[in-house]
Design a protein around this ligand. Sequence first.
Ligand code: CP3
Length: 367
Amino acid sequence: MPSGNDSGPLAGHYGLSVAVGSAIANDAFLRACRGLPVDRVPVWFMRQAGRSLPEYRAVRGEGSMLGAIARPELATEITLQPVRRYGVDAAILYSDIVVPTHAIGFGVDIVPGVGPVVEQPFREARDLDRLRPLNPEADTPYVLETVGNLVAELDVPLIAFAGAPFTMASYLVDGGPSRTHALTKRLMHGEPDLWAALLDRLADLAIASIGSQLDAGASAFMLFDSWAGALAPDEYRRFVLPASQRIFAELGSRGSGPPGIHFGVGTGELLELLATAGADVVGVDWRVHLDDARERLGPEVAVQGNLDPAAVLAPWPVVAQRVADVLNRNAGQPGHVFNLGHGVLPETDPEVLEQVVELVHGHRATV
Ligand code: CP3
């Protein structure tokens, strides 16, 4: 199997160390991201590390999640656990989208069972001062150490990630998870200049954070715009797209830089727009059939997805049929990374995910 070289050595600003340092033994994921033929369909799972794994609960203990992320040995072990157990084709760093904003002192924590919670939400222009630039070496040295540990051990690519400007703004403005994103949308429509300045800062944070993970050796990246599906297409185009576009442009996607994945939930109405942000791969949730997504996105963009995370709770014959349906809808085209349509649910039986990986790997790939 060809190794590593399709990632474009020395061409981008980022990802230099991976190009120079190590050839990745299993590069099916990177090839699929670039739309190249593969021997077997690569698969990994969003939230593959976490509460559905007993070995995660055993090492994680009771402390804060941000505390666990700040311990490189522990974060390395947690990142490796699902790779060992499932035999997935990519690892995703054990971290969280709030790590950079936490690290610059904005005042955000992760509350178990709730998610990110902000002490003093973003309200006015002077709150911009609380969003200073990230200096990765000084602010998140533990992330860089974890990435370094991981690339020395992994024989699959490591995915770097960050929260996209809209999803980050939704936490910072609404103060925590919100069903309606009411305060976020109020700011977006009511104070468009302040909104643009906020998204600009958040794009800078994402670029600095992802860039540092790539420089430390990660070989692809994913921008999570989990809640972008709350927006109408014209809102997305005007208020969000420019900031996300800048992220993919600066990180060198669709060129010789590391492959970039762009993902949101409930983005059926936004798929083409998500693609115009410039990612190599668009993550598709389970509400859009993969064949429809491919038709709408065209042959230049790879897709990632899209088994319903709740489908894996069904009896095995049903799960197997649903997995086959996703694969059949892709119809053997290159440029498919198998994944769930959103993160692994805590109720998931890890043994079922093991079987899903086996099934995907046993499928005849590119026609
Ligand atoms: O396995 C992986 O995917 C890598 C690690 C990862 C986590 N969070 C670990 C985590 C990644 C990529 C994220 C991204 C993230 N964090 C997103 C985008 C992806 C998505 O799911 O849409 C979002 C929206 C967040 C914010 C966040 N952090 C939420 C909503 C929660 C869940 C709160 C809960 O307890 O139900 C978290 C906490 C979190 N992040 C956990 C994990 C493993 C669970 C808490 C724990 O184990 O202590």
